[in-house]
Design a protein around this ligand. Sequence first.
Ligand code: ADP
Length: 310
Amino acid sequence: MLKVRQLVKVYPGGVTALRGIDLDVPKGMYGLLGPNGAGKSTFMKILAGLLEPTGGEVTLDDLDVVAQPEAVHSRLGYLPQDFGFYPHLTGTQMLTYLLKLKGVTSPKGLPHLVSELLERVNLTFAAKRKVKGYSGGMRQRLGIAQAVAGNPRLIIVDEPTAGLDPEERQRFYRLLAELADERSVLLSTHIVEDVAVLCPRFAVISKGRLMAETTPTQAQARLEGKIFEGRGSNEELRAIRDRHLVTQAILVEGRNRARIFVADGPAPAGFEPVSATLEDAYMTLVHAPADDLTCRAVDAAASVADEAVA
Ligand code: ADP
């Protein structure tokens, strides 16, 4: 239902944030995973019709998001990364204001819709409290209430769980999963757990390129027999890093423990094979595109960038 073709964004000043992304987003929960600076927010803003791409096409149910952003507006809900709230308004006042801005109407009247939406995101208990007293999770749920107003076909959520404590995160996951029963929910994140918990499919982008489009199971299965775990001194780990990709390095009881991706050849002495986690899969995909996964990234940016500069 959401189709992205050859999407390129070159910011004024010359930063190329997207280098030709092709992606189809089906119904349900879909993850967009990538490190900071990968281009996720740029991608999400273009999908939401808030930023013009330098090149490429985006269609939602065959409507052209780039050419007719207004036509798509009512089919789309967006929770940006830096969602602005007026701290002195109550939850009810804030949501009413946001719905008016969005031009949402309801046959039963706006106050009825506002209380319905607050109920939907479990905020009825805080409807009369000022937003400045809301926790991070409550603010995110209020943001979701405005995104879901008007029953959009697609909800775009940009980095929603950063800064939430584990309990708030779980609650937010449940809310997103519920919303994804009836529509597409595109979740951008750099947190692998978000995808592991929620997304049957996901894409990885890195430096503006699509590195993979896959399922968690498929992404992990292709690493079978290639992930090893072991311990080593700082010096030993440095030497290992020169030869292998370290997918995780942590301290356990004061000693280094590392997981590494061994593409070919023997593993370092003392390293044992282990099952791959989604974190291992993500780390390998960020560093090397997966030709075996449905990966349709094409470097269209260079030619479009040239045109933009000319
Ligand atoms: P992510 O959301 O994955 O962290 P972004 O889309 O925010 O990535 O950024 C992708 C790249 O584009 C980064 O190099 C960033 O510095 C650059 N960028 C983002 N916004 C702008 C802007 N308004 N002007 C110029 N460069 C930008």
